[in-house]
Design a protein around this ligand. Structure first.
Ligand SMILES: Nc1nc2c(ncn2[C@@H]2O[C@H](COP(=O)(O)OP(=O)(O)OP(=O)(O)O)[C@@H](O)[C@H]2O)c(=O)[nH]1
Ligand SMILES: [Mg+2]
Length: 334
């Protein structure tokens, strides 16, 4: 079976991604998000490439200034990391509609730069799926030649922590004068934070918030001078120091991530999910009449769900409707 996406075969698309073509990268990400067969294939192929790239997570409550901080940091980091990808992920909202516009405005300074690729991931509410999609997209951006991928996540809940865990260095950003968020940060995301940033240091409450945070760090036996930073993206205060701290963190004996998937996943669980993704994509996408028949019988209630699933698996396996991945293999090994 030939896989095509807007007339491009998977191998052709992957080759274009590897040349760093922004349009191809954007198309591949859309395919990954939609879990089409080509998207599932691209996700697998990108992982197999194991291209090295640094990853930086920026997490914090809504409006803390995460996007503004990324925009400001890009200028600091571009001399060293010559191609930077930015993903904004909002696991708590079904579709990150409003945020997309805000992020575009916030990062407008770099949107015309061919070495900066900015993309919002529409998460559509699958909680577990967000992490998997984000992981696949990070691998794809690495394959597309990004030296650094920055991932912005909003909030401080469990799924944000999971997404943050995909990155090598994690920054938690907060803004002056908030109380409840601080409690939430204490409870969850602080545990995965490498650096804590109080943004908007131009505002009057900034020192008090920073002092509070530092006291909290001391209380937990952390070195607050190494961990806590005050910046203002408005007047660019503290940004070069923060960029240096990020570099220093990358230089620490953290393994450079070769393959995020290998880092913390249970391999059997991951295989199970990958099998399910591939099978699901082909049941949805392929035009095999036997699959149509099963769908018809299921909707008439003529067969049990279990029999429908088993018959579909047999069709996939026996009749060789799974794609011949040879073309992709060739592209991967070039
Ligand atoms: N005073 C001041 N305002 C800032 C600073 N940085 C960002 N802001 C403002 O804070 C607001 C939120 O900034 P964003 O960068 O969109 O914050 P965010 O955390 O990405 O927001 P969401 O993605 O919506 O959660 C905007 O109105 C910014 O202009 C700063 O250093 N000082
Ligand atoms: Mg934002």
């Amino acid at each position: 079976m030939t896989i095509t996406l807007n007339g491009l075969g998977a191998a052709t698309l992957l080759a274009a991604v590897r040349r760093g073509e922004a349009l191809a990268i954007a198309r591949a990400i859309t395919a990954i998000e939609n879990r089409t067969s080509i998207g599932v294939e691209m996700g697998f192929a990108a992982q197999d490439l194991c291209v090295q790239c640094r990853t930086l997570g920026i997490t914090g409550p809504p409006g803390a200034g995460k996007s503004s901080l990324i925009n400001a940091l890009i200028s600091e980091l571009l001399p060293k990391y010559r191609r930077i990808g930015v993903l904004t992920v909002d696991p708590s909202s079904p579709v990150s509609g409003g945020a997309v516009l805000g992020d575009r405005v916030r990062m407008a300074a770099h949107s015309a730069n061919p070495n900066v690729f900015i993309r919002s991931l529409a998460t559509r509410g699958h909680l577990g799926g967000v992490t998997r999609t984000t992981r696949a997209v990070i691998d794809l951006l690495a394959a597309g030649g990004m030296d650094l991928v920055i991932v912005e996540t909003v909030g401080t809940g469990q799924s944000e922590v999971e997404v943050a865990e995909l990155t090598d260095v994690r920054i938690v950003v907060c803004a002056p004068g908030f109380g409840d968020e601080m409690q939430a940060i204490k409870a969850g995301i602080l545990e995965v934070a490498d650096l804590l940033v109080v943004n908007k240091s131009d505002l009057p409450d900034a020192d008090r918030t920073a002092a509070h945070l530092k006291a909290m760090l001391r209380h937990r036996g952390h070195d607050e001078r190494r961990l806590a930073f005050q910046v203002s993206t408005l007047n660019r205060d503290g940004l070069s120091m923060l960029a240096e701290a990020i570099d220093a963190r990358f230089a620490e004996p953290f393994e450079v991530r070769q393959n995020v998937a290998a880092k913390k996943d249970n391999p059997r669980q991951k295989l199970a999910e990958d099998v399910a993704d591939l099978a699901a994509a082909f049941v949805r996408d392929n035009g095999d009449p036997r699959i149509d028949d099963i769908v018809g019988e299921l909707s008439r209630g003529a067969i049990s769900v279990r029999d429908g699933v088993i018959t579909a698996i047999r069709v996939l396996a026996e009749q060789n409707v799974l794609p011949d991945a040879t073309g992709l293999d060739v592209a991967v090994k070039t």
